[in-house]
Design a protein around this ligand. Structure first.
Ligand SMILES: *Cc1c(COP(=O)(O)O)cnc(C)c1O
Length: 448
């Protein structure tokens, strides 16, 4: 353990590497690639300690919707600070949590009219899994307790969420701690053979689910999916037809559908909820990341009146006895309400149609580059893959590309050989163009 004695003389990044254990990181790799100390943010821009400016093109891990230090969100949080910063939500309530719940319910046309809160995405997933499991017990079907998840899916890294996650690098060391699940084929449109459409891939994948449900539905509580985009799974995209078919199968076989919209929700897919592309509602829908505009940890699980009523009764233990200390934090709810208001008053979903066209235009160069395949876009997410035979060293491609992009003034964080951008909903056409150019230059340097 390295104790730094002269704190004033030591750069912040070095103090960080000594004392902070960074997430999702092999710390030793920071010997050769940069840790960036951020001093402030404004709009889509991050400013490091030396005044260098970076375009936050991945919205700080997909959380930021309306820019850093957004005056309207700042104002909403500051106003809330003057009232109540936090109060427990068991036995108490407050204006922001009530209003936010009402607004979210309305956004689902009241199909999902009950909102249970937590702080991080993984906790919202745990809540959906536990509620589904408990529901079947309460309905005299305690044998319905297994979960179905998708190949290449990601739902967070606490033990329950990790069990339904199929990203090897996150699971490997913890396999023996995880419950058994059914993992079915992903409807990833990149699997389409010559002459096949993404709908065909969706139908094949749904067929496999049907076979599983025919055989095992008595033992299955729920299936969990990331509708339209498996974001952590290298931005694998699929047809909305898949979500529609899964909903039908869930109805036929009495299995819950959990839509994990932690990454794809809040307008990211082009509609507020990704499920809207399929014209269906799930039994549980999880949100986090963008819901507070990237300001504060807030997550939630929306569910139906049918689920809610199953827990409603005279016995305490019939209730959903789950809690987190910061459940429904007023500051986080105030930030979320400010975001929903921006969606409404600024017609964000409408304007994002143009923004996603700007994004496509800015990355048109990648569509025709012979070293690139599977160029794809869903709303405000754009991704493409570098062909494996064009990578000098696949193991360090992502890190090298990250570092080269920093030099071009852009924050991107490739996943394996996939480059993606997921910017906040505030870039001008010129800024989006600048983003596309910077990524192109960084990629040329990386592949040279
Ligand atoms: C990020 C993410 C999670 C986990 O959220 P955390 O806040 O990181 O725990 C779960 N599901 C999906 C789809 C995600 O993208």
């Amino acid at each position: 353990m390295k104790v730094i004695s002269d704190l004033n003389q030591t750069p912040l990044v070095d103090r960080s590497l000594a004392a902070v254990w960074h997430p999702c990181t092999q710390m030793k790799q920071h010997e050769s690639f940069p840790l960036v100390a951020i001093a402030k943010g404004k709009g889509a821009w991050l400013y490091d300690e030396n005044g260098k400016v970076l375009l936050d093109s991945i919205s700080s891990w997909w959380t930021n919707l309306f820019g850093h230090s957004n005056p309207r969100i700042n104002q909403a949080i500051t106003a809330q600070l003057e009232k109540i910063e936090h109060v427990m939500l068991a036995g108490f309530t407050h204006q922001p949590v009530v209003e936010l719940s009402e607004k979210l319910s309305a956004l689902t046309s009241h199909h999902l009219g009950h909102v249970f809160y937590a702080s991080d995405g993984a906790s919202a997933v745990e809540i959906a899994l536990k509620m589904s499991h408990h529901y079947w017990q309460l309905n005299g079907k305690p044998q319905k307790k297994k979960f179905v998840c998708l190949e290449n899916g990601y739902h967070g890294e606490t033990l329950g969420a990790l069990a339904v996650t199929d990203v090897a690098i996150f699971r490997e060391a913890y396999g023996s701690l995880l419950q058994d699940v059914f993992t079915i084929t992903s409807p990833d449109a990149r699997k389409a053979k010559a002459g096949e459409s993404s709908e065909d891939v969706a139908k094949h994948a749904a067929k496999q689910l049907e076979e599983l449900l025919t055989r095992e539905h008595h033992n299955i509580a729920a299936i969990i999916v990331e509708p339209l985009v498996q974001c952590a799974g290298q931005m694998a995209m699929h047809s909305s037809e898949y979500v529609r078919l899964v909903r039908k199968l869930c109805d036929r076989y009495e299995v819950h559908l959990i839509a994990d919209e932690i990454a794809v929700g809040c307008g990211r897919s082009g509609k507020f909820f990704a499920c809207e592309h399929a014209g269906v509602w799930p039994d549980f829908l999880t949100l986090s990341k963008g819901i507070s505009g990237g300001y504060l940890p807030l997550s939630l699980c929306l569910t139906t009146d049918q689920i809610y009523q199953a827990f409603y009764g005279d016995q305490t233990q019939q209730g959903f006895l789950h809690s987190h200390s910061y459940t429904g934090n007023p500051l986080a709810c105030a930030a979320a309400l400010a975001c929903l208001e921006i969606f409404e008053t600024d017609k964000v979903l409408e304007k994002n149609i143009g923004r996603s066209q700007d994004l496509a235009a800015a990355f048109m160069w990648a569509k025709t580059d012979s070293r690139i395949e599977h160029w794809r876009q869903q709303g405000m997410i754009l991704a493409f893959d570098i062909k494996n035979n064009c990578l000098k060293d696949p193991k360090i491609f992502a890190r090298t590309m990250f570092a080269n992009s920093l030099n071009e003034g852009v924050l991107i964080r490739p996943i394996g050989n996939t480059i993606y951008v997921m910017p906040p909903y505030i870039l001008s056409p010129a800024q989006t163009m600048q983003l596309g150019k910077a990524v192109q230059i960084a990629l040329e340097k990386t592949l040279a």
